[in-house]
Design a protein around this ligand. Structure first.
Ligand SMILES: Nc1ncnc2c1ncn2[C@@H]1O[C@H](COP(=O)(O)OP(=O)(O)OP(=O)(O)O)[C@@H](O)[C@H]1O
Length: 248
């Protein structure tokens, strides 16, 4: 099975002199949800910025569906949808106009658009917000708006950065249900979060980042083994792995 997303020995960051990521290798296969976990400053968002093509790696390679951003920029960008940690929206556009803009950008036909939006507005309880300007939405509603835009596209890869913080419990449940549904339909998901209980419950694989290094990866069982503890929760395994820092 060819991975949808492949990071091969990626070293990168914001300046050549001071890399933040050191030789990262991560694979996300079709139908797989991978959780990226790490302390504040471990490099999760920086990893995501590299995958999005917002930062250029110093060494290594990043492939989506076998293409690098340089070799096939249109295909690369069309293959993923991104839900950012902080909603990025045009204040002067309504919710509906944002969704229509996304549909235009990804060339989604009218019938598909209508079917998907009908489902999403009910799922996220946003039907009565469609005509509201995004500047007038609450933080959680703005987050839901970003999530609906991503799920409207139904790409092969979802990149989701710390999605749960602004959402109410119903919104969290809807998002998780939708992620499971997309995964079962074959999509891949790379998600970063500090909510380890949710990551433990939903992710097929985990990547533990610490100071820009992958210090453990694989299924829950692999992370538990790496921690050296006897059948720990993910939280306990994670704490054991990162508590003394990482010496190389
Ligand atoms: N724009 C930037 N310019 C320079 N350094 C940055 C920039 N953004 C982040 N960094 C640095 O890169 C390192 C990794 O930060 P990153 O934001 O990737 O961490 P994170 O794991 O996403 O953390 P958090 O859980 O707090 O969101 C940190 O040392 C941070 O100071």
């Amino acid at each position: 099975m060819n991975p949808v997303l492949q990071l091969k020995e990626v070293t990168g960051g914001y300046s050549l002199k001071k890399p933040v990521l050191h030789g990262l290798s991560i694979n996300v296969n079709p139908g797989e949800m991978v959780g990226l976990i790490g302390l504040n400053g471990a490099g999760k968002s920086t990893t995501i910025k590299h995958v999005l093509g917002l930062l250029k790696q110093h060494k290594g390679e990043i492939l989506i569906n076998g293409h690098t951003l340089e070799s096939k920029p249109m295909d690369y960008r069309a293959s993923y949808a991104y839900v950012p940690e902080n909603p990025l929206m045009y204040d002067e556009l309504t919710v509906q106009e944002h969704l229509e803009l996304t549909a235009m950008a990804y060339d989604i036909d009218k019938k598909t658009y209508t079917n998907r939006v009908e489902y999403l507005v009910d799922e996220f309880q946003m039907r009565d917000k469609l005509t509201k300007f995004s500047a007038h939405l609450s933080k959680g509603m703005r987050q839901k708006m970003m999530i609906m835009s991503a799920f409207l596209v139904q790409p092969s890869l979802y990149i989701i950065d710390e999605p749960f913080l602004g959402l109410d419990p119903l919104g969290i449940r809807s998002l998780l249900d939708l992620m499971v549904k997309m995964k079962e339909a074959g999509a891949s998901i790379l998600m970063s979060s500090h909510i380890l209980s949710t990551i433990e419950q939903y992710c097929d694989k985990l990547v533990v980042l610490h100071e820009g290094h992958v210090i453990a990866s694989g299924e829950l069982n692999d992370i538990q083994l790496a921690s050296g503890l006897d059948n720990p929760s993910l939280e306990d395994a994670f704490y054991a792995l990162v508590k003394d820092g990482f010496k190389r």
